[in-house]
Design a protein around this ligand. Structure first.
Ligand SMILES: [Zn+2]
Length: 59
């Protein structure tokens, strides 16, 4: 996209773009410490670790 769009994006084109954005399934990765499925680039909910180190204490 340019800074100054040459043509107006039509309603159909705009809506089609927005309709697709939620389609990709949420990707999950396995925690390197406990093997729990978790969101990538986030602290593990089960053991509180990130990058193989426990940084948050889970009770
Ligand atoms: Zn974990």
């Amino acid at each position: 996209m340019s800074i100054c769009p040459k043509n107006k994006t039509s309603r159909g084109r705009r809506d089609k773009r927005r309709a697709n954005w939620k389609m990709s399934a949420t990707s999950l990765v396995k925690c390197s410490k406990c093997g729990e499925l978790m969101l990538p680039h986030r602290v593990c909910k089960a053991c509180g670790s990130y990058n193989k180190r426990e940084i948050v204490t889970v009770d």
